[in-house]
Design a protein around this ligand. Structure first.
Ligand code: SAM
Length: 205
């Protein structure tokens, strides 16, 4: 938890409290519905919360931005981002109903008013969003087939509307067919070794 406050020093007391309670809430739900590997629970704040918040080191979403989190699982990266950006609307979706049950429970426990959670396949979405965030769901070409046409044209953030995908490893092959792509290395932004190979891909279509 200290890591979060170190990298995000401007948190309100309410946000600090929400981040503090998050681990306990996930511990409770993870015993019932597995959304985080058990051994990863020791590293909950670094591997899940801080990794999700890495997106906020690249973009400071403006109020009224709309963000879709595709294949959110138990709520990553959507839930930590929703705590950090209370004036931004987040739509968290997953094709597995019990995962959305966990997201809904976390949302209710924390009283997050800016989160909507739905059990739906990405391919069946109909709304548009300023940004689409995701982590560990599928390779980029398939991801773009699913949601590439769900990005709104209404532009008011410092980064161009598009996809913000948390990825690791060598991405050259996977991103070859996309000309408008920026890869942000997360290693220089965090001192934890976990981030050494981690990247954020910003894709504009
Ligand atoms: N993003 C979360 C995280 O990083 O902790 C979960 C990652 S998990 C490896 C991949 C998730 O994608 C699963 O919860 C799965 O149900 C979801 N998923 C796979 N295909 C999907 C689709 N077509 N539409 C929505 N969700 C999908």
């Amino acid at each position: 938890m200290e890591h979060i406050e170190r990298y995000f020093p401007d948190l309100t007391n309410e946000q600090k409290d929400q981040f503090r309670r998050l681990k306990e809430i996930y511990e409770y739900w993870n015993l019932r519905i597995n959304v985080i590997s058990r051994k990863d629970m020791d590293q909950f704040y670094t591997h899940h919360v801080l990794h999700s918040l890495a997106i906020a080191r690249i973009i400071d979403f403006k109020p009224n931005t709309t963000v879709l989190d595709v294949g959110t699982g138990g709520g990553f990266p959507g839930i930590p981002l929703a705590i950090l950006f209370p004036e931004v609307s987040f739509h968290l979706v997953d094709s597995i109903k019990k995962k959305i049950k966990v997201v809904q429970a976390v949302k209710d426990s924390l009283g997050l008013k800016n989160v909507k959670a739905d059990h739906i396949r990405a391919e069946d979405l109909t709304e548009s969003y300023h940004f689409i965030v995701s982590r560990a769901v599928t390779a980029m070409p398939r991801f773009v087939d699913w949601v590439g046409n769900r990005i709104s044209k209404d532009q008011f953030n410092d980064l161009t509307n598009g996809i913000l995908y948390l990825k690791g490893g060598d991405l050259k092959e996977e991103l070859r067919e996309f000309p408008k792509v920026t890869i942000y290395d997360l290693a220089p932004l965090f001192e934890e070794p976990f981030f050494e190979t981690k990247k954020l891909v910003h894709l504009v279509l």
